[in-house]
Design a protein around this ligand. Structure first.
Ligand SMILES: Nc1ncnc2c1ncn2[C@@H]1O[C@H](COP(=O)(O)OP(=O)(O)O)[C@@H](O)[C@H]1O
Ligand SMILES: [Mg+2]
Length: 256
């Protein structure tokens, strides 16, 4: 199914959460290095799509296909998807009490490095690069030595997601409302990091409601999710129209 030009190909994905069907039939393509913005009203299933692609066991794919880098994504568990180069930043990053942030991120990075046949980083080398990345992202160095996200503010949690993104350097990153809770410097850090990684070939699916961020990211494609399907596909003009007229109007306009 995968043509060499696509990194991710999703076809007719149907996803249930508990007893409820949330995504009916979602199809989308992401080329290597491309940036796709995913928009949609609250509750339309944007986070469900990200979590289902990442392999969260509560988000059950009941039918459809997904190919990632030529592999059957749906046949892989969450860890295998991460090792294959898929990264998800959570809309609401959870606390992991008792697990030190730097150990957590180093373990994740070394797992990904093993999959890429790279040597593991020791604590010394890891800390040097983690400190440099944290500084660039405006995350206080002390956060590296604390349990993951415990006592972090909303913006610090999002910066910690960016830190993982910067260090893991995935092939595809799904950023779920990375800008929510972030101050202006944080949003600027998102744009800078996305630009840097994109220049190295990382592709992105970015969920956001914030037009200024969407414009700064220069997306290749803008999608609108509604009623469990991709209701509209366009470019920046679609994001601008949604910002102007809202989702209720957007749905009427296409008869959704
Ligand atoms: N873990 C869950 N348990 C129950 N319902 C859920 C769960 N996750 C999502 N849903 C429901 O699925 C729908 C889509 O949610 P979500 O994917 O979070 O939407 P969005 O990210 O677009 O705001 C919502 O109605 C939400 O209540
Ligand atoms: Mg969401």
């Amino acid at each position: 199914m995968t043509t060499p030009s696509q990194l991710l190909q999703v076809r007719n994905l149907r996803v249930d959460v508990g007893a409820r069907n949330v995504l009916k039939s979602v199809s989308l393509d992401v080329a290597p290095g491309a940036l796709v913005v995913l928009m949609g009203a609250n509750g339309s299933g944007k986070s469900t799509l990200g979590l289902a692609l990442a392999g969260h066991p509560s988000y059950r794919v009941v039918s459809g296909q997904a190919q990632f880098g030529g592999q059957d994504l749906l046949a892989l568990n969450a860890q295998e998807r991460a090792r294959a180069g898929l990264f998800l930043s959570f809309q609401v990053p959870p606390d992991i009490p008792g697990v030190k942030n730097n150990l957590f991120i180093r373990s994740a990075l070394n797992a990904v490095r093993e999959a890429r046949e790279q040597a593991p980083l020791d604590a010394f080398d890891f800390l040097a690069s983690a400190r440099a990345a944290a500084q660039q992202l405006g995350l206080p160095e002390a956060m590296l030595g604390r349990p993951v996200n415990e006592g972090f503010s909303g913006g610090e949690r999002k910066r910690n997601e960016l830190l993982q993104l910067a260090l893991l350097q995935p092939r595809l990153a799904v950023l779920d409302e990375i800008d929510s809770g972030m101050d202006v410097d944080g949003v600027r850090a998102v744009v800078q990091l996305v630009q840097n990684l994109r220049a190295q070939g990382t592709a992105f699916v970015v969920v956001s409601h914030y037009l200024q961020l969407i414009e700064s990211l220069e997306p290749d494609t803008v999608l609108r999710l509604d009623q469990g399907c991709i209701a509209e596909s366009g470019d920046l003009e679609l994001a601008r129209r949604i910002a102007r007229t809202g989702y209720a109007h957007a749905a009427q306009a296409v008869g959704a």
